[in-house]
Design a protein around this ligand. Structure first.
Ligand code: NAD
Ligand code: TYD
Length: 340
């Protein structure tokens, strides 16, 4: 299978590309990414000479770029990770770029997938489209979509366009909705890598509000294995919830990181809450487990320890992000191609 992976230079996408190349020796990946602030070609450094991996620099919200990547590539399946993914940015920098990439970009990909008779389209979505839970219960695939922030609203918009492409035009499309990921290559704007980076630098750890907001954490490898299973076995038109069954308050995660690093709790600083901050997410992943035989394989404590160790061992990786140096890496690795 020749898979077009969009957003494959980001956190989850780069882990997914590696999983496909490792587990499916007959598969090839065309990795299409705009290299926004969140895309980092250094995440793919070890794949540069892999003949089954081709990197194409382009924007999913550009019909021209999308037409170029589909033309002559023989794409069998699309897995759409490309997105503006950070809630705080959608709140503080405005939703425009989120609407452009997450909704318009998804629609442009859907149109191209139809035109090129792609056999499978997988939309990578999020638990945040369901909104916020009370103290009990979990989101199922039947939970109504009630997104509460501009990021999740645009992801919900994309989900509806995918649903419509399947329903109206018969596109073979599936949607995965996953809970909060963590693991190697996560951009240090998100909770876990930000807290690790700050703790290592003995800087304050900014916890929003009372720190009792609950997220359901999943190791990135488990999310990627879930996407892989849904891609191959999911029923067209269906949605599959993926989650790690590990829903805990943020403060517990932050304290766990400090403990692993041998740093004091006094680094924790409670700061002004995020506006409209969703109180609790928890995923019911029964459908993916019972119908597709998927299940998360990494216990949280082991995966968090591995993740913390990865950030300790890869300080140059995230320090180049913090300093902005990583943005020059594309020119060094691939820039010659654009000049031809
Ligand atoms: P990320 O921000 O780390 O990566 C996003 C990637 O998309 C980057 O490489 C970026 O350059 C690329 N991109 C952005 N706009 C683009 C455009 N217009 N055209 C082409 N490429 C573009 O995000 P992530 O955390 O890896 O998330 C990937 C996907 O998974 C997103 O769709 C997100 O909504 C979804 N998701 C994330 C989580 C999570 O916890 N991180 C959980 C559930 C679902
Ligand atoms: P985040 O990693 O931004 O993911 P999401 O908003 O998609 O769930 O945030 C995870 C949780 O951590 C969320 O409840 C907000 C909280 N948070 C903080 O308390 N401090 C921070 O600096 C960040 C980035 C997040």
């Amino acid at each position: 299978m020749r898979i077009l992976v969009t957003g494959g230079a980001g956190f989850i996408g780069s882990n997914f590309v590696r999983l496909i190349l490792r587990n499916h020796p007959d598969d090839e990946v065309v990795n299409f990414d705009a290299l926004t602030y969140a895309g980092n070609i250094e995440n793919l450094a070890d794949l540069k000479d892999n003949p089954r991996h081709t990197f194409v620099h382009g924007d999913i919200a550009s019909t021209r770029d999308v037409a170029r990547v589909f033309r002559g590539q023989g794409i069998d399946a699309v897995v759409n990770f490309a997105a503006e993914s950070h809630v705080d940015r959608s709140l503080h920098m405005g939703p425009r770029v989120f609407i452009r990439t997450n909704i318009l970009g998804t629609q442009i990909l859907l149109d191209a997938a139809r035109k090129h008779r792609v056999q499978r389209f997988l939309q990578v979505s999020t638990d945040e489209v369901y909104g916020s839970l009370g103290p009990t219960g979990a989101f199922t695939e039947a939970t109504p979509l009630q997104p509460n922030n501009p990021y999740s609203a645009t992801k919900a918009g994309a989900d509806f366009m995918v649903r419509a492409a399947h329903h109206s035009h018969g596109l073979n499309a599936v949607i995965t909705r996953c809970s909060n990921n963590f693991g190697p290559y996560q951009f240090p704007e998100k909770l876990i890598p930000l807290m690790i980076a700050n703790a290592l630098a003995d800087k304050p750890l900014p916890v929003y509000g009372d720190g009792l907001h609950v997220r359901d954490w999943i190791y990135v490898e488990d999310h990627c294995s879930g996407i892989d299973v849904v891609l191959r076995k999911g029923v067209a038109g269906e949605v599959y919830n993926l989650g790690g069954n590990y829903d805990v308050p943020n403060i517990q995660i932050v304290k766990g990181i400090l403990k692993l690093l041998g740093k004091p709790d006094s680094l924790i600083t409670y700061v002004k809450d995020r506006p409209g901050h969703d109180r609790r997410y928890a995923m019911d992943n029964t459908r993916a487990r019972t119908e597709l035989g998927w299940q998360p394989a990494h216990p949280f404590d082991d995966a968090l320890r591995e993740t913390v160790n990865w950030y300790v061992a890869h300080q140059t990786w995230w320090q180049r992000i913090v300093s902005g140096e990583y943005r020059k890496a594309y020119d060094q690795m691939y820039g010659w191609r654009d000049k031809e």
